[in-house]
Design a protein around this ligand. Structure first.
Ligand code: F6R
Length: 359
């Protein structure tokens, strides 16, 4: 049931405030205490290894920034299909975290089995609680996103991010590191901020009509927005079949800038955080070469850097650490509305399956 929406994807994008409320309810008490299962113990490990595929992998990459910054914990992240054949050494002071919406992704399950017996603990973060990854994990963290029907993952991704951030906060507490002021309480603002971001739909629809004529689109981001640039590019290519790449802004001058001309739109994700000026200087390098920029930022960012861009999407102001969760919304909407403009099958893109149970 699409609940009045044209596609499951539209419904699932719109459901995110509710889905995240459910996730917060599961992992934060009313007085904002972290209520992750007690078995999840970061005092017994000094390293975290996260493994996933596709969108789950990008969630893990955001998680890496959080675990490193907030919990000062060394983190390794890999795609499951690489991890499982690398034969990486695994110490018994490593926590293995496997992130999968379906809980059935063959490569992720194989990576889990590789770590089982070697790692200190196997943690499965899944949306489908009766799944193979859930069954074979020591600790299961359900997403509570509700059934995700659209092939492209949306609400599972933002729920994964919320839990990863709560996990990083728990790791910091257990490692005796003070939590950033206002977290986890600030997480309560996320559903409302997403509701505000969803109202930018009309503007994004208009932007996407132009984007739909492009053959190549580049997404740029820095720091914790870098994985969002890759997630935006993944969503766009899977739904609209337009070739898209996500790059770390600082990598641009090491090659990809050669692609830039006025036929390649560049979408820059840049909330006004500590790295804003760096990202904007990369954006200006693009504009100096005739590149057409769509800047996704907040009001202050728009005021400082909006000039000369072809479009500015003004997001609500968000606490720095939470920006990746909020900026997932325009990443999803850009893919969705570009696909609508092109007339592709949004819920069932060609060549793709919701659950990839073969390697
Ligand atoms: C992209 C997408 C895929 C999945 C990937 C992993 O929108 O949906 O990239 O994220 O196939 O699937 P799960 O999370 O079920 O292991």
């Amino acid at each position: 049931d699409k609940d009045g929406h044209k596609h499951f994807m539209a419904k699932e994008i719109a459901e995110q405030p509710l889905a995240i409320d459910r996730t917060l309810h599961a992992y934060l008490s009313e007085i904002d205490e972290i209520t992750l299962p007690d078995e999840l113990d970061f005092t017994k490990v000094d390293r975290l290894t996260m493994v996933a595929c596709g969108t789950g992998y990008y969630a893990c990459m955001v998680g890496k920034y959080w675990f490193e910054q907030i919990a000062k914990m060394p983190v390794e992240v890999d795609v499951a299909s690489e991890f499982r054949y690398r034969e990486p050494p695994v110490s018994d002071r490593t926590l293995g975290l496997f992130v999968s919406q379906s809980g059935e992704t063959a490569d992720t399950l194989a990576a889990l089995r590789y770590m089982n017996g070697k790692a200190n603990q196997i943690v499965g973060m899944v949306n489908v609680s009766e799944s193979s990854i859930a069954r074979e994990s020591d600790v299961v963290l359900p997403l509570y996103a509700g059934p995700e029907i659209s092939v492209a993952s949306t609400k599972a991704f933002t729920c994964q991010l919320v839990i990863l951030l709560i996990m990083a906060l728990r790791a910091a507490q257990q490692r005796g590191i003070a939590l950033p002021e206002s977290l986890p309480a600030d997480l309560r603002a996320i559903p409302g901020l997403i509701n505000q971001a969803l109202t930018l739909e009309n503007q994004i629809t208009a932007t996407c009509r132009e984007l739909s004529a492009a053959k190549d689109i580049i997404f740029l981001g820095r720091g914790q927005l870098y994985p969002l640039a890759m997630e935006g590019a993944l969503k766009l290519k899977e739904l609209s079949y337009i070739h898209a790449e996500g790059y770390a802004s600082g990598e641009l001058k090491h090659g990809p800038i050669a692609l830039i001309d006025d036929t390649v739109p560049v979408i820059v994700m840049a909330p006004r955080d500590a790295l804003f000026d760096k990202t904007i200087s990369n954006m200006q390098e693009v504009m100096a070469r005739g590149g057409r920029v769509v800047l996704v930022t907040d009001a202050e960012g728009a005021r400082i850097a909006g000039e000369g861009t072809s479009e500015v999407i003004v997001m609500p102001q968000v606490p720095d650490a939470l920006a990746p969760i909020l900026y997932a919304i325009p990443a999803q909407q850009i893919a969705y509305y570009t696909a609508i403009a092109k007339g592709t099958d949004v819920d069932q893109p060609r060549n793709l399956a919701k659950s990839v149970t073969v390697e």
